[in-house]
Design a protein around this ligand. Structure first.
Ligand SMILES: [Zn+2]
Length: 314
């Protein structure tokens, strides 16, 4: 079965066969839940047309201004959250995602009368109803843009619950030192969660090492700036730190000029384990299958290389 899938995957890549690609098991390990669906599906669900996200953005602030101006009001409510979660699971299923590490921000806990219990119940129910065949590893998320003292009372019970399998820190990585999150990450480590954080998306190579070191991370979301330093790449490789990369997101947010210049190749050539993921489909409009095809057409990887990356993600 695995050998068959490898052959089929390579054939699908070489012939740009998206419907065949969608039948082959893949992973999405960097996916922010409320933004996990196509814009057209989201518009249909809310019965409203929305402006298209900018194709090129310069900052997280620019991205946030689109999210806050157009999407937030449709997501931050019990109904809105349920709708966007259902759409995200359906999208993952449509693209043949077998392993899904989809994060949900701990602030959503505040929507529920019974707090984290309500959120967990909703996630369990939607997973069961929409895509029980997907290996869904619930991930709890927190943003650097919020005050740590506001995050802690919401996230500690989520970590304690035993439901979440991993944790991820995102938002503007340049505004707050990773040290602020040590107590949260220490509890998560003690409870057996996998530790992830965004780093090296807007920060430099050393910021990747610093964040991994400070929070004792297992994996990094993005981490692409590591490619600027042979020393940091060697350190990541020696410490077996995987990078969960989202190529279209990096191009749209002007982290790399074009797909052909994406550092994924350099990172892989330096022995770092990478995976290919979506980040926010609602904004970047690329499924995992499309991301694989983009890298192939940019001439960065052969179909066989991409198959190895696919297998590592599973
Ligand atoms: Zn992300």
């Amino acid at each position: 079965m695995t050998a068959d899938n490898s052959k089929l995957f390579q054939k699908a890549i070489e012939t740009s066969d998206l419907s065949l690609l969608a039948t082959i098991p893949k992973s999405d390990l960097h996916n922010h839940a409320p933004l996990g669906s196509r814009l057209q599906d989201f518009e249909k669900a809310i019965a409203q047309k929305l402006p298209l996200p900018p194709l090129k953005m310069e900052s997280i602030a620019e991205m946030d201004s689109y999210i806050f101006g157009n999407l937030r009001q449709h997501i931050v409510s019990l109904n809105g959250l349920e709708t966007s979660l259902r759409l995200a699971f359906r999208q993952a299923k449509t693209d043949g995602i077998q392993t899904l590490e989809m994060s949900i921000d701990c602030f959503f806990v505040a929507l529920f009368a019974d707090k984290e219990k309500g959120l967990i119940q909703l996630l369990q129910q939607i997973h069961k109803e929409e895509a029980p065949e997907i290996q869904y590893n619930p991930e709890i998320g927190l943003s650097r843009d919020a005050d740590v003292k506001d995050i802690e009372p919401l996230i500690f019970p989520c970590i304690e619950s035993g439901y979440f399998k991993s944790i991820d820190l995102y938002g503007n990585e340049l505004i707050k030192d990773a040290r602020h999150y040590i107590p949260i990450y220490k509890l998560a480590r003690d409870k057996g969660l996998k530790l992830k954080s965004h780093a090296g998306e807007f920060g430099d190579a050393e910021s990747v090492r610093y964040t991994v070191d400070t929070l004792e991370l297992d994996e990094v979301q993005h981490g692409i700036a590591a490619a600027q330093s042979a020393d940091v790449m060697k350190w990541l490789r020696n410490n077996n730190i995987r990078l969960n990369i989202c190529p279209s997101s990096n191009v749209a947010l002007s982290r790399v000029e074009t797909m052909a210049l994406h550092p994924a190749r350099t990172l892989a050539d330096n022995g770092i384990i990478i995976t290919i993921n979506t980040d926010d489909i609602l904004l970047f409009n690329q499924s995992v299958s499309e991301e694989f095809l983009n890298l192939y057409h940019a001439g960065l990887f052969s179909a066989a290389d991409l198959n190895i990356i696919r297998e590592k993600g599973l």
